[in-house]
Design a binder for this molecule. Structure first.
Ligand SMILES: Nc1ncnc2c1ncn2[C@@H]1O[C@H](COP(=O)(O)OP(=O)(O)OP(=O)(O)O)[C@@H](O)[C@H]1O
Ligand SMILES: [Mg+2]
Length: 373
């Protein structure tokens, strides 16, 4: 091989290796000829393991990718398959990707595949749907507050009077009415938050101060006995937000994680932050792509979110708990949305991650940082 060709191959390989999208080249019989680093991490297998396999051994039987490769190889034309579910025998996660396949004219029967994972786009879809759902609760909440709370206070007052006058079992029943009425009032109060459309009173906030506060609150309450670990990016710029609402967001996530960890022998919650300036998102109704570089992840080693509720996780009234209201995550999604951010959840047994992306406070706001923050 001439030195010039050698350099050119090294250069081309380096370019392919540097791509953030997974690239795989398949030869005849679906044998794997080349994988870049992103493909190794996408399929959670090293290049040497992948090279020993055929793609057909590796990708779930009946996957449209196999048919796609055959069509591309026989038609000698590039094709795209959108929203393909990629479940492999190795990765138990079900991931969705757009798959771009093209023939390699110089190499008969070879097909190059590029995978574009859809999580970010789907996250936005789901987030917008949950915002819609939260909004539909808004009207209901306002109606409940007016129409239910007033008669309830009458019932509660009457039950209290009865309780004073009654004896024995009757007294117990009267107290039951009072306690249950209190529970309804509590539920209505928690729904009223959804009807609150006032603009958020935002200040530049160091998110680590919020996270440490929540950790302290939780470690002495809901998360007693759970081991916490942190991986903070100390250079994280401030977020423009409402301190109390952000505390509510992370407290809800940590409460859920702790509840999921109740029967786990070594319960652990990890809190991670990172600055990812590359993440830009397009949102319908906004022409510019918005940048959401602040990433906060709350991870637990619990049993995972039941797969049947995963697509509706941020909708109101979705719960698997006997005494749960199912409003925790709907509220979290509303607050994150009001802050211009997005949230998503990735879950499998042993690792559940809630990831929040938020915009950074712009320079003109940061000088007004609250000295406490
Ligand atoms: N970290 C987690 N691990 C496993 N499942 C989770 C986790 N977080 C949430 N879930 C699931 O999502 C459901 C909805 O959570 P959400 O916080 O909205 O309501 P809830 O916790 O059931 O009720 P509430 O928040 O009112 O106490 C939960 O019932 C649980 O099944
Ligand atoms: Mg909850």
């Amino acid at each position: 091989m001439s030195a010039a060709l050698d350099t050119s191959i090294t250069l081309h390989t380096a370019i392919l290796q540097s791509l953030p999208q997974p690239v795989i080249v398949c030869g005849e019989d679906m044998s794997i000829i080349f994988t870049n680093y992103a493909a190794e991490s996408f399929f959670q297998a090293s290049a040497s393991i992948l090279a020993r396999q055929k793609l057909s051994d590796f990708i779930a039987f009946g996957s449209p990718i196999l048919a796609l490769i055959e069509s591309v190889a026989t038609r000698h034309a590039p094709m795209i398959e959108y929203r393909v579910h990629i479940g492999t025998s190795r990765t138990h996660e079900d991931r969705i990707a757009d798959v771009y396949a093209s023939p390699i004219p110089e190499l008969e029967g070879y097909v190059a595949l590029i995978f574009q994972e859809r999580t970010m786009a789907d996250k936005i879809d789901r987030q917008l749907v949950s915002r819609g759902a939260a909004r539909s609760v808004t009207g209901l909440a306002a109606m409940l507050a007016h129409e239910i709370k007033n008669p309830l206070s009458g019932i509660r007052g009457a039950a209290q009077l009865l309780e004073q006058a009654a004896i024995g079992d009757d007294r117990v029943l009267a107290r039951l009415i009072r306690d249950e009425t209190d529970r309804i009032v509590e539920l209505v109060d928690s729904m009223e938050v959804f009807g609150d459309d006032r603009p958020v009173d935002r200040k530049p906030i160091n998110i680590h101060v919020i996270l440490e506060r929540v950790k302290l609150l939780a470690a002495n309450g809901v998360a007693r006995g759970v081991t916490f670990s942190e991986d903070y990016d100390p250079s994280l710029p401030p977020v423009l937000g409402d301190r109390d609402q952000l505390i509510q967001v992370f407290l809800n996530l940590i409460k859920n994680a702790s509840e999921a960890l109740e029967r786990i022998s070594k319960p652990e919650i990890k809190i991670m932050t990172a600055f990812r300036p590359g993440i830009r998102i397009s949102v319908s109704g906004v022409s510019q792509r918005i940048s959401l570089p602040l990433e906060i992840v709350i991870e637990d080693n619990g049993p995972g979110v039941p797969s049947d509720i995963l697509p509706f996780l941020f909708d109101p009234f979705v719960t698997t708990k006997l005494s749960g209201s199912g409003l925790g995550l709907a509220l979290v999604a509303k607050i994150v949305g009001d802050h211009g951010g997005v949230i998503d959840c990735e879950s499998r047994p042993g690792r559940t991650r809630f990831r929040i992306l938020l915009p950074v406070a712009r320079a003109e706001h940061t000088h007004a940082t609250d000295p406490q923050e």
